[in-house]
Design a binder for this molecule. Sequence first.
Ligand SMILES: Nc1ncnc2c1ncn2[C@@H]1O[C@H](COP(=O)(O)OP(=O)(O)OP(=O)(O)O)[C@@H](O)[C@H]1O
Ligand SMILES: [Mg+2]
Length: 265
Amino acid sequence: MTQAARDQRIGATILELHNISLAFGGVKALSDISFDVKEHEIRAIIGPNGAGKSSMLNVINGVYTPQHGDITLDGVRFNKMNSRRAAEMGIARTFQNLALFKGMSVLDNIMTGRNLHMKSGLLAQAFRLGSAVREEIANREFVENIIDFLEIQAHRKTPVGRLPYGLQKRVDLGRALAMEPRMLLLDEPMAGMNIEEKQDMSRFILDVNEEFGSTIVLIEHDMSVVMDISDRVVVLDYGRKIGDGEPDAVRSNPDVIRAYLGAGH
Ligand SMILES: Nc1ncnc2c1ncn2[C@@H]1O[C@H](COP(=O)(O)OP(=O)(O)OP(=O)(O)O)[C@@H](O)[C@H]1O
Ligand SMILES: [Mg+2]
């Protein structure tokens, strides 16, 4: 897709963070951060280690409660999110440190992402009663489609712990996709990957964005990846926002250059 076509795809603002501050004891993880995310965009968050990037995602999906500030999602203002409500409002995430069940198969791990879409109670599921069986079949089909999409058919029965790291990251993306998210929060989806794996993951992220229309908030250290695939970039440094805009503008922002040079990047 050309940049012009992408620009046309991008819709109205769906998420706004206003003056978010978050501290852990004396550590100010986030200081007065505001930015917004538009529908269908790929919005990157970058910054040196400890800048507050993961904390920011944890505020968006309600794992951390900021001491100050608020969040507007789909026009509704919240002083705090909670993770259940975030999931119900269509936010899914992947983790910097994988949160998969290593002993379980690829298929079963991705199935765990369907929990929110299971309507029958546990009892019906346990006894495999009519509606529960139909639901299970529909969910399996959905998961099989994700497996095809991510090109991991050959590994569907493999315990996740036996896969190379790059593929485990792909399974984690599959688990998040199984939630049918409107918004995907990806915490360093390419960390620890080689160049080829990074190219694959970049392509999957672009495909998810284009084919499913998901809005994507992405934390990534690899600058060339960020500059290639994101529409707009927020830059954090020591919990403060030091840059925000399109990749080219951010790249030539003196504060950003200074932060990266200072951090030895
Ligand atoms: N649960 C927590 N308890 C205490 N301090 C925390 C917690 N989570 C984060 N922090 C602190 O908040 C600051 C920001 O951390 P965060 O993990 O958000 O940074 P990051 O930008 O994601 O870094 P990295 O690139 O290393 O993943 C750090 O000083 C970190 O030690
Ligand atoms: Mg982090």
